[in-house]
Design a binder for this molecule. Structure first.
Ligand code: 3H9
Length: 650
């Protein structure tokens, strides 16, 4: 039974048991309707507790049903029945009450939660708004601006904050169900509170607060429809009678659900979860993961070390001498301090994480590591030397990983006696923040080593994407292809700020030239110089980036790059860059033609899609959706466009 009912001493305990997250699929909706009918009709029942089995309270409507015609009873109708019950319903919340789950709790007369529970309406993250009364009932329970913030941001609030806002009535001290039953028993002796639908909307916390939150989310929306629809629905909730506000909410929800943005966001939601599932690892246990070694204490090594520490792993960092080890230690401590400042770590947790960290200058310190990640200079000889050392000092079952962003991991592995324990773990900077981890799998890599890489990603809260070995793997290979296309357009007729503006109006947070200026032009220049000898002379090559570097313009850090940077760090159009570009077009005999914004984006997308298709053909990526996950999480491809392959109809 998906929903079962038992009566304990006059209180009906209605339990939803619909793994994995108790989504309100058809069987749950039917079960809830029956529960209302039975409890209303049973004179022995005085009150009802609604609880969930398993790891969480209801995490929302069943997203898988959104692509199909919806079957009655619909959630809004089910919730109207609960809200109209003549006996008090108490929602007993553990885990997360999200979306339709929180709306279900809002239809109950009371809500109590465990101290570690979280409540939210994350529909906007799926390109939706709440569609079962959330936009109308939440602002009748909590302040108007708080309700708008929750719905337009999609962010959850922890139980304590929910209690302060008035979203829940109590936090349990002991067993949730026992406490909820006791709460319900007491509630049965009191008059039934007025349903939320009969209450007026709550005022804002301060004059103008609602409009301020609305303005903030309008600005952030950047082409996304759902946050604007959320604002509209919340305004309706304040101005329209409840039945009309509910009707308007439903209409907005349905339009969004059937629109391309929500389809794209649902695609990415499932693609991110599918990315970590690897058929060949079915039944393969990862090796134990407690102690991680990191070779290299630069920006990348320190970020990786911090990510591991923040996930509760012990970390030993290796540098070439005591001075470099100290610098690496300071970088890691700096990242943990940042986490402390942002409230992500308590002072005690920071101290405990630092106690689990050591920076050393001898490889022997890695003798007991379960996994070692190398993050040194991108040079095959240097990497070979590191892996030969790792082969010497580590246990035979230690998994060895390279954080290379484009080198041949199989060639790196050959520096060891057992290449089967070597793989690539390609982090993105800043490594303690970016969600993506490319797991590069050379042929012959051992299944349990691979499973350990995937387990590490999950332990770090990252999304693992499996990639085969090629120059740049999935992420950097597509990135260099579309960067090349952008450079061709510079010669053909566009200017950096026009290309960046096209990308930004498509939804990228930053255009490609501005992004290169930010990360520094010198690193890719050095790489181009290293590769110059092996470059196909027939391939079109754009020299503009090299010319900028030759002039000492390395990007924002030198005040000049594709753009010019003022004292305030703002990027301005550079007449010098423009002159250089025009000169390069002239030198190559190219008659420049202005390129309209739509064509710029079409060319960039086509380049990404074409390279994506090649990557799929070569088996470097396992599925088109993995490519989308990479582009969304590594390079700011707008999530609500679903990634380049989805946008191309793959
Ligand atoms: C909504 O409610 C609309 C209403 O307002 C109106 C209706 C009329 N449906 O993330 P995990 C699956 S919109 C179907 O790996 P975690 C997920 O695919 C919804 N399936 O676990 C995965 O399956 P698999 C608003 C769902 O512990 C498995 O559950 N709600 C749903 O890291 C485990 O998921 C949301 O947006 C779902 N709603 O995180 C919440 N949710 O094992 C979306 C999960 O086959 N969900 N699955 O890969 C989440 O944020 C996280 O899943 C959650 C658990 C925090 C709950």
């Amino acid at each position: 039974m998906t929903v079962h009912i038992e009566t304990r001493d006059g209180i009906a305990l209605v339990t939803i048991d619909n793994p994995p997250v108790n989504a309100t699929g058809l069987a749950v909706r039917q079960g809830l309707c029956e529960a209302v009918a039975r409890t209303e009709g049973d004179s022995a029942v005085r009150a009802v507790v609604l609880a969930c089995a398993g790891r969480t309270f209801i995490a929302g409507a069943d997203i898988r049903e959104f692509g199909q015609p919806s079957k009655p009873p619909h959630l809004p109708d089910v919730l109207a029945r609960i809200a109209g019950a003549r006996k008090p319903w108490v929602a007993a919340i553990h885990g997360t009450a999200l979306g339709g789950g929180l709306e279900t709790a809002l239809s109950c007369h009371y809500r109590i939660a465990t101290p570690d529970a979280a409540l939210g309406l994350p529909e906007v993250t799926l390109g939706l708004i709440p569609g079962a009364g959330g936009t109308v009932r939440l602002p009748r329970l909590i302040a108007a601006d708080h309700a708008l913030e929750m719905i337009a941001s999609g962010a959850s609030v922890p139980a304590q904050r929910a209690r302060e806002m008035g979203l829940i009535d109590a936090i349990t001290g002991g067993d949730l169900v026992s406490d909820a039953l006791a709460f319900a028993r007491a509630a049965a002796d009191r008059p039934l509170p007025a349903p939320l639908d009969d209450r007026p909307p709550r005022p804002e916390t301060a004059a103008g607060a609602f409009n301020a939150v609305a303005a903030k989310h309008t600005k952030r929306a950047r082409g996304q429809r759902a946050p604007l629809a959320a604002i509209e629905a919340l305004r309706n909730a304040r101005t329209l009678p409840v039945p009309e506000a509910l009707k308007a909410e439903r209409a907005l929800f349905q339009t969004l659900r059937d629109g391309v943005q929500s389809k794209a966001l649902r695609h990415i939601f499932f693609a991110e979860r599918a990315a970590g599932r690897v058929d060949r690892l079915e039944g393969i246990a990862p090796r134990p993961l407690g102690r991680v070694g990191v070779v290299g204490g630069g920006t990348m090594g320190a970020g990786i070390a911090a990510a591991c520490l923040l996930a509760g792993l012990s970390v030993t960092m290796i540098e070439r001498d005591a001075g470099a080890a100290e610098a690496g230690r300071a970088r890691v401590a700096g990242i943990l301090d940042g986490a402390l400042k942002r409230g992500k770590l308590t002072p005690d947790a920071r101290a405990a994480r630092l106690a689990a960290f050591a920076a050393r200058d001898t490889y022997e310190a890695l003798a007991d590591a379960d996994l070692v990640i190398e993050a040194v200079f991108e040079n095959l000889d240097v990497k070979h030397a590191v892996f030969a050392e790792l082969d010497r000092v580590t246990r035979p079952d230690t998994v060895l990983a390279s954080n290379t962003s484009y080198l041949d991991v199989a060639a790196i592995a050959r520096a060891t006696a057992n290449p089967a324990r070597v793989l690539g773990l390609h982090f993105f900077a800043p490594a303690h923040i970016m969600k993506l981890l490319e797991i590069v799998t050379p042929e012959g890599v051992d299944d349990s080593a691979l499973a350990t890489g995937v387990a590490l990603a999950k332990r770090l809260g990252k999304i693992p994407v499996i990639a085969g070995v090629c120059d740049g793997f999935i992420a950097n290979r597509i990135m260099s292809r579309y960067r090349r296309e952008a450079e061709y357009m510079l010669e053909d007729g566009a200017l950096p700020w026009e290309i960046d503006a096209a990308m930004e109006s498509y939804g990228f947070p930053m255009g490609i030239f501005r992004m290169q200026d930010l990360s520094g032009l010198d690193i890719s220049w050095a790489m181009r110089k290293r590769r110059a000898a092996t470059r196909d002379p027939a391939e079109r090559y754009v020299d503009i980036g090299d010319r900028l570097c030759e002039a000492g313009h390395f990007g924002q850090k030198t005040g000049r790059g594709y753009y010019l940077y003022g004292e305030d760090g703002r990027a301005q159009r550079s007449t010098e860059t423009e002159a250089l570009i025009l000169a390069e077009s002239a030198r190559k005999g190219i008659a420049r033609q202005p390129i309209p914004e739509s064509e710029i984006m079409a060319r960039l997308l086509a380049a990404m899609q074409d390279e994506g298709a090649r990557i799929l053909d070569e088996g470097i990526a396992r599925r088109a959706a993995d490519i989308d996950v990479v582009m969304v999480n590594a390079f700011g491809f707008p999530r609500w466009k679903g990634g380049p392959m989805f946008a191309g109809g793959a």
